[in-house]
Write a protein that binds this ligand. Sequence first.
Ligand code: RIB
Length: 309
Amino acid sequence: MNEFDLLVVGSANADLVVGVERRPAAGETVLGSDLAVHPGGKGGNQAVAAARLGARTALLARVGDDAHGVLLLDAQRAAGVDTVGVLVGGAPTGVALITVDPSGDNSIVVSPGANARLTPEDIRAAGSLLAAARVVSTQLEIPLDTVAELVRGLRPESRLVLNPSPPAPLPAEVLAACDPLVVNEHEARVILGTDAGDAPEEWARGLLALGPRSVVITLGAEGALTADGTAGSFVRVPSPRVDAVDTTGAGDAFTAALAWRLGLGEDLATAAAYAVRVGAAAVTRKGAQDSYPTADELAPAAAPEVPSP
Ligand code: RIB
């Protein structure tokens, strides 16, 4: 088995995307653009983002035995992702219904399909893949039992990166393995509940108290906040300024870049400083995987900010 910088364990979806002037409210119908079909899914997106940057990447996922599954596998292979761990069949390929408004913001409904059939048994059967990876990155568009089995199957020297999206209550054993837990504001507020507070530093402190070794909070155009639980250091990482066209999948690109750079030995803030450049590049083009940059396409790093207490 080859060595991998990054193993992504997660979802693969066909993204059915419609541009709209305004995302519809409850009970409302709006007209939109022609339908575009893109390869997506938080797991598939992370794998393509990392591979495009130059990481040796593998994906463990499940797609259906259908045309969407072929589209997704082709996209992974074209990006250079090792797909030996992509299982086929059991249910239709996952689908995401996405509306994007002129500001680049989106709303997404996911029909998990085959993603919901990626089982703990599938994780146990992929032991050699897990053993070959420095860093393992996962999300919550696959069953939580499967994520918990992944945590149990990790080598002690492997690092786990978890983006709990869509957010759900997490078992203590999963939280304790995260290094880091990567969340946006919405995910932080759902996990922390009504006592979340208003400042990212408060969210980071609250999340660290739940058990992860480190936390990264993505802040959109404002960059990210890193919180290293072991070192006790909080660092604000600014993002380059860009004109956002479509934010779909930008968080996945950020997390993939972060995970890869951590596996190369960078500290949390340095890896996040690289990852915000990747996320910023991803919002300047339409789609998720179609928008991801190569390393050569990244904007220079923004000036660092003074660490916050
Ligand atoms: O994070 C963006 C992704 O979320 C989309 O590609 C869609 O498939 C959903 O999983």
